[in-house]
Write a protein that binds this ligand. Structure first.
Ligand code: CP
Length: 297
């Protein structure tokens, strides 16, 4: 592994499988009810979030503590960033206060890369703007592999706000790299330009996109990143592109990275469907992040 974990786009298949294999051991450990390892004893993991988070931040903090590290948590809203300190100055000061890892979420694409180039600490991208969310894609891949074993030929349909979704981008890079067949479903206004060049198929109709899919992944509607109205109304979006129970086949795995907007990107009946793995996804996230912390040590 390199010093940092920044982008799925730059990762080799071997690096991805190394994380998934290590995470499997971590998940076995967690399933036994164990909560203490000494692998990162004496080290500090600092979470530095310039955007809101529940899952990614707590998942990394829990993973770090289980691995034996101490944790520090910087909320940008209450930090000296509000007094004008730059990202690099913040990072350098934290490094000199003995942070060994930074887990950073930044509203600007490239923020974590910029920090990684300017610190000796290990940097993990916890989501950068509309670019990538690599650890989410890795936990999603872990969840798919756990059930389906292979990625080659796996039919994965990703539905919703593809354009603004770093989760979609990291999943598309990872799944196409490993041989899965990815279909994206969204109104054209919520698709990135040239999406087909990434190797995915586009389908406008959710009924067709979901039919026969092994995995249906709904995405959060990212209203905070939309400067103009990209669909007529939330009610209409849910009607045409919201994932509902009848889109989930008998053997379809239902996923969502969270946070879910019930009644917009997903219905309650889909969220609570017996094939929904939304909650197992977050437990897998702890195991995957434990694996990443170990492999970057
Ligand atoms: N999936 C995800 O990134 O969730 P949070 O925004 O709560 O971290």
């Amino acid at each position: 592994m390199k010093k940092d974990l920044l982008y799925i786009k730059d990762m080799s298949k071997d690096e991805i499988f190394s994380i998934l294999d290590t995470a499997k051991d971590m998940r076995v450990f967690l399933d036994k009810g164990e909560r203490k390892l000494n692998i990162l004893s004496g080290m500090n993991v600092t979470t530095l979030f310039y955007e809101n988070s529940t899952r990614t931040r707590v998942s990394f903090e829990n993973a770090a503590k289980i691995m034996g590290a101490s944790t520090s948590s910087i909320s940008v809203a209450t930090s000296s960033v509000q007094k004008g300190e730059t990202l690099i100055d913040t990072g350098k000061n934290l490094e000199f206060m003995l942070s060994d890892y930074f887990v950073i979420r930044h509203s600007q694409s490239g923020g974590p890369l910029h920090l990684a180039k300017n610190t000796n600490a290990r940097v993990i991208n916890a989501g950068d703007g509309m670019n990538e969310h690599p650890t989410q894609a890795l936990l999603d891949a872990y969840t798919m592999r756990d059930r389906f074993k292979e990625f080659k030929g796996l039919n994965v349909t990703i539905v919703g706000d593809i354009k603004h979704s770093r989760v979609a981008r990291s999943n598309i890079y990872l799944l196409t790299k490993l041989g899965a067949k990815v279909t994206v479903c969204a109104p054209r206004t919520l698709l990135p330009i040239d999406i087909e060049k990434t190797g995915v198929k586009y389908e406008d109709c959710i009924e067709k996109a979901a039919k026969g899919a092994d995995v249906v992944m709904a995405l959060r509607m990212q209203l905070e990143r939309q400067k103009s109205a990209l669909f007529p109304s939330q009610k209409e979006f849910h009607y045409y592109y919201g994932v509902k129970a009848h889109h989930i086949g008998k053997d379809t795995m239902m996923m969502h990275p969270g946070p879910c907007n019930r009644g917009l990107d997903i219905s309650s009946s889909a969220y609570e469907h017996e094939n929904s793995v939304i909650l197992p996804q977050v437990t897998n996230g702890v195991a995957v992040r434990m694996a990443i912390l170990q492999l970057l040590k």
